[in-house]
Design a protein around this ligand. Structure first.
Ligand code: UD1
Ligand code: UDP
Length: 364
């Protein structure tokens, strides 16, 4: 019986860990699985909603770390998770993605000589100003099982000198959840709730510090929204970081004045998938939404200078846009005119990634 910890902390972790948790549960004689929640995200709408939609049990350990500076948050996670590790002594720890909880728990584990598996290993934006890039590099460099979503990730790891026998191209685990819950999402009533019609709205999410933490950047984006909203409705489930920054910069009035901009609290997983499926296009700086929109074949404009998910551009429906009001408007108009990039679904984004991963651990 192998004792394994699965780590979640922030919103994008839940849909990556849920399919793996369920797949491991199919082999109760082989695996003893514990779910650990660091508490990096804690609002009901950033955490509990996902446990409900993804049909996940209450975590075995909840570390309640909350928000803070990078140093504070990372240190708190490390201090609290180390105690859990010392008491519980798992044989393997699996972390996902690139958030602070990912790197902090991986460091704790390797220092206690516990092997680490990294889901979504090998992605690189090559922009070290992004906190996530530091988390990716740190986590990959100390992990024993590098579970990659796309061939570019394998190449990045090999370029960094990581041994080939640690790298496993398993596919995109986030798409496992998407495929599993697509039917439920199709039945979501979110369109009726907000009086929306298919293809008659743009779906927006924003939360990168580089876009929302400086007034100039946020204004650049809101000015573009003002113009685009004259042609089509904008639906904007707002991330708590962005909500806070709009208040800090006193931009609430500007946002309220845009009659065709619908601001909502963050929405649950089924509702958000439904909004993605039905949107004319998506405007985002999220990592995962670039991938989900590629799966749905819905055009995506990513407000970033580069992406760690280049396959969403080369094979999918994603396009990068500069943080300039005119560029954002130009690209949006282009899509509204019908100039859209057709994409395909990348290899192993097929709903079977969790199975491929569990197969690795059954044999190791
Ligand atoms: C984090 C991740 C980011 C990921 C994003 C997904 C890091 C460094 N960043 O960014 O990679 O893309 O999650 O959503 O790990 N807050 C709340 N309620 C919550 C959580 C946060 O109000 O439940 C507010 C707090 O004011 C907090 C701020 O949001 O200070 C930022 O939260 P934090 O977890 O530090 O970073 P995110 O921007 O959420
Ligand atoms: N998501 C959601 N509700 C929202 C916004 C996002 O369910 O209001 C989902 C989205 O479908 C995807 C994940 O959250 O599965 C992406 O998380 P986020 O954008 O917060 O993080 P990132 O991927 O940028 O790290």
């Amino acid at each position: 019986m192998k004792k394994i910890h699965l780590i979640v902390g922030a919103r994008p972790n839940f849909m990556k860990i849920a399919p793996l948790y369920k797949e491991f549960q199919k082999y109760p004689d082989k695996f003893d699985i514990k779910l650990i929640h660091t508490g990096q995200h804690y609002d009901e709408r950033m955490s509990k909603f996902f446990f409900d939609d993804l049909q996940m049990p209450v975590p075995d350990e909840y570390l309640e770390v909350g928000s803070g500076t990078h140093g504070q948050q990372t240190a708190k996670i490390m201090e609290r998770y180390e105690e859990v590790l010392l008491n519980d002594k798992p044989e393997l720890v699996i972390v996902a993605g690139d958030v602070n909880s990912t790197a902090a728990c991986a460091i704790d584990a390797v220092k206690l000589h516990i092997p680490v598996g990294h889901l979504e290993a090998g992605l690189r934006s090559y922009n070290r100003a992004m906190p996530e890039e530091i988390n990716r590099i740190l986590t990959d460099s100390i992990s024993d099982y590098l579970l990659t979503p796309s061939p570019d990730a394998d190449e990045n790891l090999l370029d960094e000198g990581i041994a080939k026998n640690k790298i496993y191209f398993v596919g995109n685990i986030m798409i496992d959840s998407l495929i599993q819950y697509k039917e439920k999402a199709e039945k979501s009533r979110i369109l009726e709730k907000y009086d929306l019609y298919p293809s008659e709205f743009v779906l927006i999410t924003l939360h990168r510090p580089s876009n929302v933490d400086k007034e100039k950047g946020l204004l650049t984006i809101l000015n573009a929204f003002e113009k685009i909203s004259k042609s089509i409705k904008l639906v904007f489930p707002i991330h708590p970081r962005t909500n806070k920054q709009i208040k800090v910069f006193g931009l609430e009035e500007k946002v309220k004045k845009m009659k065709n901009l619908l601001l909502t609290p963050p929405v649950g997983y089924y509702d958000f998938l439904k909004l993605q499926m039905e949107a004319r296009f998506i405007l985002t700086d999220s990592g995962g939404i670039q991938e989900e929109s590629t799966f749905f074949g819905v055009p995506c404009l990513t407000l970033r200078p580069q992406t760690e998910r280049p396959i969403t551009i080369t094979e999918g429906t994603n396009k990068l846009v500069k943080l300039e009001t005119e560029d954002i408007i130009k690209e949006a108009k282009n899509i509204l005119k019908g100039n859209i990039q057709k994409g395909k679904i990348p290899k192993y984004w097929d709903g079977h990634t969790a199975e491929r991963i569990v197969e690795i651990f059954k044999n190791n």
